[in-house]
Write a protein that binds this ligand. Structure first.
Ligand code: CA
Length: 236
């Protein structure tokens, strides 16, 4: 028996994007339901429990941000946000509300499929027994159980903050984390307004992890939003 088709929900009022995604996602083995408004999106999500929700920020009734906040009261599956290029602040707000990732319009189908695959891998990992304690990042191995970082067989010496930062990004591999999320996770709730800490530690972490720290392959910057530990497959 073949695996069931992943069940997606698209909440978007633009008919052109609806048509484009309906065709492309069907061709790639996804089952897609479409809601043209936020309220319809809430109803369909409750009714069908989609594996992944794709939510446009600009909706005709409630805003996509309100929709994400309301979904996150009970919906634990990944949410991918679609946003207009000029609305940087919306992306950050959406991620802080609990969305998992975003795509900026216009986007290609390849980019969308890559994001969906990352989300599906996270879901599969969540369902597997526990979290894998070892994470491979190129020639770097992060051993979460032993709190050790190795390059080949050699120990890489990280400060406690650098380690926390890397471990946090690694636990959400492939996913963008906002400045606020990283600061809260690593430094605590009192420091969420201090993104300069992040820049400093990210620079030193890149020197220890990256082959070419000036052109990072793994610890990538999402300008104006946050940072991401690249999933191997995602880099083009
Ligand atoms: Ca729209």
């Amino acid at each position: 028996m073949s695996a069931p088709r992943p069940n997606l929900l698209l909440v978007e009022d633009d008919p052109q994007i609806q048509r484009f995604l309906a065709t492309a996602l069907d061709a790639h083995g996804y089952a897609l339901r479409i809601a043209g408004s936020g309220n319809e999106g809430l109803q369909l999500a409750a009714l069908h429990q989609p594996d992944i929700a794709i939510v446009d920020i600009g909706l005709p009734d409630i805003s996509g941000l309100d929709l994400i906040a309301r979904l996150r009261e009970w919906y634990a599956q990944p949410i991918l946000v679609l946003s207009a290029r000029e609305r940087e602040a919306d992306k950050v707000a959406a991620l802080d509300l609990g969305a998992d990732d975003y795509l900026t319009k216009p986007f290609g189908i390849g980019e969308l499929l890559a994001r969906l695959r990352v989300m599906q891998r996270h879901l599969a990992g969540r369902e597997a027994a526990g979290e894998s304690p070892r994470i491979e990042i190129g020639d770097i191995t992060l051993d979460l159980a032993a709190r050790r970082v190795l390059r080949g067989d050699e120990d890489v010496h990280l400060t406690p903050i650098e380690y926390q930062l890397l471990a946090t990004l690694a636990r959400h591999r492939g996913k963008v984390l906002t400045h606020r999320q990283l600061l809260r996770e690593v430094w605590g709730a009192a420091h969420t307004e201090s993104p300069q800490y992040l820049r400093i530690y990210m620079r030193s972490l890149r020197k220890k992890i990256e082959t070419d720290p000036a052109r990072p392959r793994w610890l990538t910057t999402e300008v104006g939003v946050g940072y991401r530990l690249a999933d191997g497959e995602e880099r083009i």
